[in-house]
Design a protein around this ligand. Structure first.
Ligand SMILES: [Zn+2]
Length: 252
């Protein structure tokens, strides 16, 4: 299994990151992709990637709730400076849950479109954050004809997801699928070929209120197997293949 999106540099892991990674290995996680989305996170994430070289991989993005030109430009610099290290760009996108102001949303969208162009320039996939903005984020991707993207923890309507999937846009499913009816519906309607696994650790655990970690990706795979009525091994095989197709640099 490949955890295509989590936040391993989060301080909640500072005291026990070794153990967290050990448990992930034991659970059958082949790679962990951690996502660094603000300037403070990048240097810490780079250290972690160096320490667990070959196992922890990195995407650099821009937290959409930080609607700031300075942060945006700094994150772009981090991406261009670390092109040899990163396996993708993300998370980037839209957040209409925290950002309610119309002008700020417009600025978010402007940054998002610029990130799409950065991804296109360097031929890197995008990991998309779209809290309470699923259909808007998909609309931006389709309007800009960019399909090399993973909608992470998508909380929007299944109809828009199915439309996006027609273009090859993928969806990564977090362990909260164990209780989230919206995620369960998403899994039911999309095909296994559209799905990847993620944990979004330390958030979106299989049981509300707990701290999440990459080993819990097993819960995503098990629930998908149950919903699709296929073997767990088949879910692992296909979602891993899907992840390797999106994050091509993992094959090297
Ligand atoms: Zn995240």
């Amino acid at each position: 299994m490949i955890d295509v999106h989590c936040h391993l540099q989060d301080k909640v892991f500072d005291n026990n990151r070794d153990k967290v990674i050990e448990r992930a290995r034991k659970a059958g996680v082949k790679y962990i992709i951690t996502s660094a989305i603000n300037p403070e996170e990048v240097s810490k994430a780079l250290e972690i990637v160096r320490k667990y070289e070959g196992y922890v991989k990195l995407t650099i993005g821009h937290d959409p709730t930080l609607v700031s030109k300075d942060v945006f430009e700094e994150q772009i610099r981090y991406v261009t400076r670390n092109l040899k290290v990163i396996v993708g760009i993300g998370e980037v996108g839209l957040d209409y849950w925290y950002v309610r102001d119309h002008d700020l949303r417009e600025l978010q969208k402007k940054f998002f479109i610029e990130w799409i162009e950065v991804a296109r320039t360097y031929d890197l996939p995008l990991v998309i954050h779209s809290r309470s903005a699923g259909k808007y984020a998909i609309k931006v991707l389709l309007e800009n004809k960019f399909y090399d993207a993973v909608m992470h923890a998508y909380d929007g309507s299944v109809g828009y997801a199915m439309e996006a999937a027609k273009y090859g846009i993928k969806f990564s499913i977090p362990p909260s699928v164990t209780y989230s009816l919206q995620k369960q519906k998403l899994v039911k309607k999309l095909s296994l070929e559209d799905l990847l696994l993620e944990t979004d650790s330390p958030v979106l655990p299989p049981v509300k209120g707990e701290r999440n970690e990459p080993a819990n990706i097993v819960y995503s795979a098990k629930k998908i197997a149950e919903i699709k009525n296929v073997d767990f091994e088949k879910v692992v095989e296909i979602t891993t293949e899907n992840a390797l197709n999106v994050f091509k640099r993992l094959r090297k």
